[in-house]
Design a protein around this ligand. Structure first.
Ligand code: FAD
Ligand code: NAP
Length: 324
């Protein structure tokens, strides 16, 4: 068992964690990043990224994350291959315990464990990822311009995704398992008023069907929840929008989580209720959930961590001076 000590312990290696690492390392905080089971985070499971600033041409998600990691290491970050299984944020230095048996002690902790889209878990869904099935309209909607697309779900996310997709497609269908939406009234009103969105109620998706020739999504097999009747619905793009699950199990009982499980931070900052513990990226943000916003809040977390330590050290110097 090894004990690793650092001024800045970063849990998670997506855009939020790696950006925090770049800023932390450049501020001399010698950060450690514990990478978790998905080194590089969610962007490593996608292909084309067209909305990360700085690249005129389409770039690949895994490549972008390799570059971020290389930059973080170049400026002095230690990347460690481990997964945190529990944390103790009740005393200082904060402690995190790895699956490997190693212990991590941080003067500050930056939580960047992200969130994962929930999936339906039906046949064809994972196989057609990147070939018609997606969980992010903002990321992938552009690839379906002029095509027939569906959104599955009935919450705010589903309605927002359906409305967003009308920027690219004039044929958007929202498929929901009931006939009432959870989405806020204002969003429902916008949906109803939009001539490019239709709704299919009481429909359960049984499987995603592919085109034999292209291997891409061709249709969805649906079951009517009232009659039990099955039908095929043609679509070239399907966006699953049934919620996200933030990776916050570890922090239950130690940090305040909202009703959906996201870490609660002081509005407009990455500060949790525990001084010295910061949260950034998708783990604290159920609204924007983009690589660039994750990177932005990662930067904020590192800057705040640095300020926290500077203030603590200044107080310690003052106390020592007062004690003579
Ligand atoms: P994540 O990327 O989710 O990273 C979380 C990290 O935490 C991972 O490294 C994981 O291993 C680690 N972790 C989790 N638990 C633990 C633990 N217990 N111990 C240690 N580490 C842990 N956004 C865009 O801006 N443009 C796009 O084109 C785009 N396309 C997307 C396509 C897909 C298919 C998906 C799923 C998402 C896409 N996104 C896109 C969204 C973007 O990927 C996320 O907003 C972003 O990755 C969030 O970054 P993050 O660092 O907060 O978390
Ligand atoms: P959500 O509110 O939990 O809604 C999930 C939707 O998916 C529900 O309609 C649910 O159906 C459906 N669903 C869940 N599992 C399903 C399954 N296996 N098969 C088919 N349908 C399934 O999730 P969300 O829309 O992602 O929102 C999450 C949180 O973020 C909410 O608090 C929301 O308000 C918030 N949010 C806010 C904004 C905003 O303020 N602009 C935007 C996005 C999200 P049922 O209704 O039948 O359960």
């Amino acid at each position: 068992m090894t004990v690793h000590t650092t001024r800045m312990l970063i849990i998670g290696s997506g855009p939020a964690g790696l950006t925090a690492a770049i800023y932390g390392a450049r501020a001399g905080m010698q950060p450690i990043v514990v990478q978790g089971l998905q080194p590089g985070g969610q962007l490593t499971i996608t292909t084309d990224v067209e909305n990360y600033p700085g690249f005129r041409d389409v770039i690949q998600g895994p490549w972008l994350m390799q570059e971020m990691q290389a930059q973080a290491e170049h400026v002095g970050t230690r990347m460690l291959w481990d997964t945190i299984t529990s944390v103790d944020l009740s005393s200082h230095p904060f402690r995190a315990f790895g699956d490997s048996g190693d212990v991590y002690e941080g003067d500050t902790v930056v939580i960047a464990t992200g969130a994962q889209a929930k999936w339906l878990g039906v046949p064809g869904e994972q196989e057609l990822g990147g070939k018609g099935v997606s969980a992010c309209a903002t990321c992938d909607g552009f690839f379906y311009r002029g095509k027939k697309v569906v959104v599955i779900g009935g919450g705010n996310t589903a309605v927002e995704e359906a409305l967003y997709l009308t920027n690219h497609s004039q044929d958007v269908t929202l498929i929901h398992r009931r006939n009432t939406l959870r989405a806020e009234k204002i969003l429902q009103d916008r949906l109803e008023a939009n001539p490019h969105v239709s709704t299919l109620w009481h429909k359960k998706v049984e499987r995603f069907l592919h085109d034999e020739a292209t291997g891409a999504l061709r249709a969805l097999l649906l079951t009517d929840m009232i009659t039990g009747e099955q039908s095929e619905f043609d679509a070239q793009g399907a966006f699953v929008a049934i919620g996200h699950a933030p990776a916050t199990e570890l922090f239950k009982g130690q940090l305040q989580l909202d009703d959906s499980g996201y870490i609660v931070v002081e509005p407009g900052t990455p500060k949790t209720a525990i001084p010295g513990v910061f949260a950034c990226g998708d783990v604290m943000d159920h609204t924007y959930r983009q690589a660039v916003t994750a990177a932005g809040t990662g930067c904020m977390a590192a800057l705040d961590a640095e300020r926290f330590l500077a203030e603590r050290e200044f107080e310690a110097v003052k106390l020592a001076a007062a004690a003579g």
